[in-house]
Design a protein around this ligand. Structure first.
Ligand code: CA2
Length: 143
């Protein structure tokens, strides 16, 4: 069975609590339930992991080496700062899709920079929770 790892970065555990106009009203638990339901329909195994710590995200990416077939990655604010997360994705060589809930292209200029974009096969922005579902389909498509 294919295994997909979903990684969410800092503050995404706060979803639904503030800034609903940017990130929607669904909670992090709602997001995990949605992803788990879709994974069950697709017949793939999924693990969702959220951390506020850069090193914990890097550790999780390294642990995925040899164990995971695809990564769905929303590094949150680390998107715009973390060479360490980008290097980890490059190091493990696992197909990865970058997802952002909001349309970062229409927000502050510092959100236009993504350190991880170049090591991801695709970037999905501005689709809310549906972006994660699209990424799940992309990574599990049978060729
Ligand atoms: O749009 C996205 O998914 C982001 O990765 C979300 C990050 C932001 O720094 C990126 O530029 C774009 C922030 C996530 C913070 O989530 C919150 C949740 C509830 C309340 C406040 C922030």
């Amino acid at each position: 069975m294919q295994k997909i790892l979903v990684l969410n970065g800092p503050n995404l555990n706060m979803l639904g609590i503030r800034e609903p106009e940017i990130y929607g009203t669904g909670t992090y638990r709602d997001l995990v339930s949605l992803i788990e339901q879709e994974a069950a329909l697709l017949g793939v195994s999924v693990e969702c992991f959220q951390s506020n710590h850069e090193g914990a995200l890097v550790d999780k990416i390294q642990e995925a080496y040899g164990n995971v077939d695809g990564i769905i990655l929303n590094p949150a604010a680390y998107t715009h700062t973390s060479l360490a997360i980008a290097d980890a994705i490059k190091a493990v060589g696992i197909p990865t899709v970058e997802v952002h809930l909001s349309d970062v292209s229409k927000r502050e200029s510092y959100r236009q920079i993504s350190y991880v974009r170049d090591c991801c096969q695709k970037t999905i922005i501005g689709k809310g929770f549906a972006g994660y579902i699209e990424a799940l389909h992309d990574l599990t498509e049978k060729h």
